[in-house]
Each structure stands twice: as structure tokens, then as C-alpha cells.
Design a protein around this ligand. Structure first.
Ligand code: FES
Length: 583
């Protein structure tokens, strides 16, 4: 058998794989080939190893705007290795074109990905994703499908410029919008900024969720070494795409299935890299979901232990100052892994068939650069993301302290409570709102079930009357998420969520809330008896289950943040342990 060409007698490969059931497999194959020959294929082409390429291009997804070029390059790589590339579509999600929130649709995309992989005659699959929820959805779906899979990200957008200042989506989007709300810039300028923030197609140019997931995918070994950081419109990105196609034929031939790559070691490496990147808090939720598909629970206490010993080394917004294109020039993820050498498992297998350590040995990381800091000069010493517990969050909550105001990390204040997003939108900018700069803003009912979909509404805006006084940050608490591009002293993922009766539901205006990141505590200074009285007096009624459709499925099946907001019935049938591992 020639390299890359399937064994025609093996019924588990190529066009003979996964035939529709007509009660006669010979006829099923005859029919399949007859149809696809209608597209001009020869028998010689159809005898090859089949590599599926997941096409998530969409006119509504500019983060995937280079999809046609990427697919062409992947196909070239597959053909060079003697395989047959065939692309097919799945759902595509863009953050700004996913009502009510992209998280609501992530599980649907994962189901689409899993079922299409299962339905089609694929020996391996190239997953092309980029925008925040797409890579997690693809990894979740491919993990459940279980065939050889390799991730390719679309790459970051280029930065833009505004009046001499370099800008990029979307940390700067929020900063400029905050200045606009505080009347620091006018209508004309905010309109100019709007045209400058996104310099090209590709994913957000800071260390938001897309960049975090790209880095994580490479660190986990499911994407090629060096593949996370080339910007979307560069020659490097296209070369990575070609190499990904070539390697896809290799993993098909070697039967290098995804469960051999996504192991306890690779999840631990991913969590380390998430922390050292100063990555998005959403990365925790997504990693919990992917791990759950393979039978691993995410242990938040152990994650916090990793956090305490892992410094933030990558100087990208929102925790730092640079952008993704700078990280690429600075050596990308291999540079970071080299810096973390003693903290990561170098024996973890990667998609190349070699270990992470073997891959790193081939990289030159000795050149001077200023984006990936040395261990002795970190951006943030340790604990980029801290896990909090207390009577307000018995199931856990998190805070990205690396992007918070240091003085607010130990804070006790008066709660100013909003019942839900609509209530907040109605009152947050009211001159009558009783709020002071040292108060704690509390938003309920934006958790997985409550919203539903756990929207990124946890970045509660500073009330306009305080913004005008120059207040830039306050302690903010919710059961929702926030964008990885945002910064502030913001406690997220409070679990259990308020909509299912978590203690957050019983916070009242004027209660005293204590945040202590040093002690890892989030507490409501209200007695247990009083909380019990409130629960009895105003018991929470879970949101009514919608009558039909995906929304019904979502509300019925969604799990809490610490389980990845996945659907219960999509998690692995049996448990294999917890990540990170106990020491
Ligand atoms: Fe797609 Fe930011 S909106 S990555």
C-alpha cells in the first residue's frame, strides 16, 4: 500500500466507512460511489484515504473569513500526502452574530460536528475553527466521535490604528466604549474607532477566548507545533494549513485517535498554558466540557493549586500590552512552553506522533524578545485565575485577578443587586440608582439555565454616574461569564447559579459582601439562619421548561459552569478520573 493510500480491502477505511443501511452493504457502496462520481471523481481518487475538512466559513463569521484559502491549503497538504480531501459544512458561530449568546449554541455545534464526523466516511478530520466557541465545540464533538482529528485555527486578525494609537479587538473596544460612556470621547470619535478596531479577517487580536483556545489546542498537542499564533492573512498561516492537511493523512494511517492525544497530561498542560497566557476565564469552562467528553472531571481546587504556582508570562492585552501578531513574532506557544519546561509534562504525545518534549527540542527559542517574559520577570507572579469558595459560591466561582484592580482584590462592600440583565439595563445608568464606588454590583440570573446560555454579561458596566466621576472599576459578581478580552475586578461563574436556587438568588440590596482573593473567599455576611429564612420566604422557581426545540433541550440538560455547561447526555458514559491529577 502506498503512503497515504488506503487498503481497499479494509472495510473500516475511506469510502467504505459508515455506509447507510440499505440492507445490502455492497449496494450501499455502489450507490455512494455512483453519486460522488457525479461530481467527477475517479475510482483512483475514491480509493484514497479520506480526510474530511470541517468548513465553518460563513458570511456572518468574519473571524473565519480566510476559510476558502485555508481549505485550499489543507487540501493541497492532503493531496501531497496522497489522501483525498473533502470539505463539509457545520454550524459556524461568531460572537456578535449568535443570539442570545454563542455559548447557548456551542453544544449544538458540538453535536453537529460529532454527528457529521460519524455520518461521513472519514479516516481523519481537520477541524477548522477560530472564533471563541468554535474550537471548543469542535474538540468536544471530535472527542465524542473518537476518530483521528487535528485542529487548525483560522488565526488572529491584524491590529488597526486610531489617531496614532495601535488598537485591536476587543480589549480596546471595551476601553473606548467605557470612555464614551464617561463622556471622555464624542460620537464622531467613537464612530472612527468602530472602523479601526478590526484590521482584517481573523480572530480577536488580544488574549481573548479565541487566542486562549488556539494556545490551549497547541499545548494539548491536538494542533501542530507553532500553529496557534500566525495571523489569519499571513503566509505562515497558509503553510500551517498545508502542513495540517499533510499530517491529517498521517494520523489517519497511524490510527492516531483523539483520545490518545487528549489525556490527563495534555489537559494539565492546557491548564498550565491557560494560566501562563493570562488566558480567558472561558477557557476553564471549555476545558471542563472537552474533558467531560472523555470522562474526566475538572477539579477546581487542584486547578487553583496549579494557578498559585504558575506565573503569567505572556504580555498580551488584557493582562498586558501586546497583541497576537507580536506573540507570533516572539516565538509563539513553543517559546512559552520552553519557559514553562519544568511545569509541563514533556512526555505528552502530540499530533505529530512525537512528544511535546521532542517537538520543543527542535525549536530555537534562544532569540531575544519581550512578549514572553522570563520566569523571573513575569507579568503577574502567580494565580492569574483564582478559584473562590464561600457561602455565596459553594460550587465555586472564579476571578481573573491578573486583569483586576489590585486594591479591590481584598474588598468588603455593600451589595447593589440586579435581578437579571433586563433589570440591570433598565437601572444601571439611572441617576436615581443608589450606588457608590465602593459598592459591589451583583447580577443574578445570567447562569447556564437562567439566561439561558450563560452570556458574557458578567462584565457589568460601571454605572454612568460613577463613570462620569472617573470610576473605572468596581467589584462585580454574577453567575455569568465575561469575554476574555475584558478586564476588571469581576467574579464570575458563581455556582450553583441563582436560577436554580444557588445562594446568589438570596442576596439583597445593602447586604455586605466580602471578596478576599488571598483567602480565596467569596462570602455574604449574612447568617445561615437568615439565608434559610430568605430561601423559605421567597423560594426560587426554576425557569419554566420551554415547550419545544433546542431551547427545551438546553434548559433540561445543561450543567453548571464547573462541568463545562455541557449537556448531561453528551458527557462520557463512564468516568476516568479528574484533571489536574492529585499529587
Ligand atoms: Fe471572533 Fe473575537 S469575535 S474571536
Amino acid at each position: 500500500m502506498a503512503d497515504g493510500v488506503r487498503d481497499a480491502d479494509d472495510p473500516t477505511q475511506g469510502m467504505t466507512r459508515g455506509l447507510p443501511n440499505y440492507g445490502d452493504s455492497g449496494f450501499s457502496l455502489f450507490l455512494r460511489k455512483a453519486f460522488i462520481k457525479g461530481a467527477g471523481y475517479t475510482d483512483e481518487a475514491l480509493d484514497r484515504t479520506v480526510v474530511g475538512i470541517v468548513n465553518t466559513g460563513s458570511g456572518f463569521n468574519p473571524c473565519h473569513g480566510n476559510m476558502p484559502q485555508l481549505i485550499e491549503a489543507v487540501k493541497r497538504g492532503v493531496m501531497l500526502a496522497g489522501g483525498l480531501p473533502v470539505d463539509f459544512p457545520t454550524i459556524s458561530l461568531h460572537e456578535s452574530f449568535s443570539n442570545p449568546t454563542s455559548m447557548y449554541l456551542r453544544n449544538l455545534m458540538s453535536m453537529d460536528t460529532e454527528e457529521m464526523i460519524n455520518a461521513l466516511p472519514l479516516d481523519a478530520v481537520v477541524l477548522i475553527g477560530g472564533c471563541d466557541k468554535t474550537v471548543p465545540a469542535q474538540l468536544m464533538g471530535a472527542a465524542s466521535a473518537g476518530i483521528p482529528a487535528i485542529q487548525l485555527v483560522t488565526g488572529s486578525m491584524l491590529t488597526g490604528g486610531h489617531r496614532g494609537e495601535r488598537v485591536g479587538a476587543c480589549t480596546d473596544c471595551r476601553a473606548f466604549w467605557g470612555r464614551y460612556r464617561g463622556d471622555e470621547i464624542d460620537d464622531q470619535e467613537i464612530s472612527e474607532v468602530n472602523s479601526s478596531l478590526v484590521g482584517s479577517v481573523g480572530t480577536c487580536s488580544v488574549m481573548g477566548t479565541a487566542s486562549t483556545m488556539a494556545g490551549i489546542a497547541e499545548a494539548m498537542g491536538i494542533a501542530l507545533p507553532g500553529s496557534a499564533t500566525p495571523p489569519a492573512v499571513t503566509a505562515d498561516r497558509m503553510r500551517i494549513a498545508e502542513q495540517t492537511g499533510t499530517r491529517a493523512v498521517g494520523i489517519a494511517r497511524e490510527r492516531l485517535t483523539i483520545d490518545r492525544i487528549l489525556t490527563e497530561s495534555s489537559f494539565e498542560n492546557a491548564l498550565r498554558v491557560l494560566l501562563a497566557l493570562g488566558g480567558s476565564t472561558n477557557g476553564i469552562v471549555h476545558l471542563a466540557a472537552v474533558a467531560g467528553r472523555l470522562g474526566f472531571d475538572l477539579d477546581l481546587e487542584r486547578f487553583d493549586r496549579l494557578s498559585r504556582e504558575t506565573p503569567v508570562l505572556v504580555n498580551l492585552k488584557p493582562a498586558g500590552t501586546h497583541y497576537m501578531e507580536d506573540l507570533h513574532r516572539a516565538g509563539g506557544i513553543p517559546m512559552l512552553l520552553e519557559r514553562l519546561r519544568d511545569l509541563i509534562d514533556l512526555d505528552a504525545l502530540t499530533i505529530t506522533g512525537r512528544t511535546l518534549g521532542e517537538e520543543l527540542a527542535e525549536r530555537d527559542t534562544s532569540f531575544p524578545q519581550e512578549v514572553v517574559r522570563p520566569r523571573e520577570d513575569p507579568i503577574y507572579p502567580a494565580g492569574s485565575i483564582a478559584v473562590l469558595r464561600g457561602n455565596l459560591a459553594p460550587g465555586g466561582a472564579i476571578i481573573k485577578q491578573a486583569a483586576a484592580t489590585p486594591e479591590l482584590l481584598e474588598h468588603t462592600g455593600r451589595a447593589v443587586m440586579f435581578e437579571n440583565s433586563a433589570d440591570m439595563a433598565e437601572r444601571i445608568d439611572s441617576e436615581d440608582l443608589d450606588v457608590r464606588a465602593d459598592d459591589v454590583l451583583v447580577l443574578k440570573n445570567i447562569g447556564p439555565t437562567g439566561a439561558p446560555g450563560m452570556p458574557e454579561a458578567g462584565y457589568i458596566p460601571i454605572p454612568k454616574k460613577l463613570a462620569r466621576q472617573g470610576v473605572k472599576d468596581m467589584v462585580r459578581i454574577s453567575d455569568g461569564r465575561m469575554s476574555g478580552t475584558a478586564r476588571g475586578t469581576i467574579v464570575l461563574h458563581v455556582s450553583p447559579e441563582s436560577a436554580i436556587g444557588g445562594p446568589l438568588a438570596y442576596v439583597r440590596d445593602g447586604d455586605t459582601v466580602r471578596l478576599s482573593v488571598t483567602d480565596r473567599v467569596l462570602s455574604l455576611e449574612v447568617s445561615d439562619d437568615e439565608l434559610a429564612r430568605r430561601a423559605e420566604g421567597q423560594p426560587v422557581t426554576r425557569p419554566a421548561t420551554p415547550a419545544r426545540g433546542y431551547r427545551k433541550l438546553f434548559v433540561d440538560e445543561v450543567t453548571q459552569a464547573e462541568e463545562g455547561v455541557d449537556f448531561r447526555f453528551l458527557q462520557a458514559e463512564s468516568k476516568r478520573g479528574a484533571v489536574p491529577r492529585a499529587r
